[in-house]
Design a protein around this ligand. Structure first.
Ligand code: RBF
Length: 160
């Protein structure tokens, strides 16, 4: 698979819009908390690196990834938030729960973004095991939180 060959967090940071006045909502699932914290750190630092103000970044938690959709909706409906970044880690278990959760979140976040006409970024890491999740939360495959934040910033170009 292509993603196995490169660090996906090496995005092109040219022509990023000015985000010094933008407000971001981070929604972070508490399942696999140590890993989602690493995703959140990556996202937070990326926003700061591109000029966001710490006071304009709101971090909120939800119990698990399934709740990312509603948590994102609570933020997206606010006029005070310009973009939402949803972060979670779903690790495959013995049942098909992971499938249901991932599909629900992908569908749900899409709906929220369309409903409120603002970026709602899918930062869900879906893996077969914990190591693969760490590999994507600051490990050998970069940090999906960094990518999610970069995606949010790039999408804000549309709304300037
Ligand atoms: N939430 C996650 O964020 N990641 C998981 O890997 C995860 N696995 C779950 C496995 C099972 C069997 C269940 C019942 C829930 C799991 N959840 C997981 C929690 C889920 O996202 C949600 O918080 C709960 O189902 C309550 O709605």
């Amino acid at each position: 698979m292509a993603s196995a060959l490169k660090n996906l967090s090496e995005y092109n940071s040219d022509s990023m819009p000015d985000i010094s006045g933008k407000r971001f909502g981070l929604v972070v699932a508490e399942w696999n908390k140590e890993i989602t914290d690493a995703l959140c750190k990556g996202a937070y630092e990326t926003l700061l690196q591109h000029g966001a103000k710490p006071d304009n970044i709101y971090r909120n938690t939800v119990p698990g990834s399934f709740e990312l959709t509603l948590g994102s909706q609570f933020l997206a409906q606010s006029n005070e938030i310009d973009a939402v970044i949803a972060l979670g880690v779903v690790i495959k278990g013995e049942t098909k729960h992971d499938d249901y959760i991932c599909h629900a979140v992908a569908h749900g976040l899409t709906q929220v973004g369309l409903k409120f006409n603002k970026p709602v970024i899918f930062g869900l890491v879906t893996t077969n095991d914990e190591q693969q999740a760490w590999d994507r939360a600051g490990g050998k495959h970069g940090n999906k939180g960094v990518e999610a934040a970069a995606t949010a910033i790039q999408m804000l170009k549309w709304l300037d």
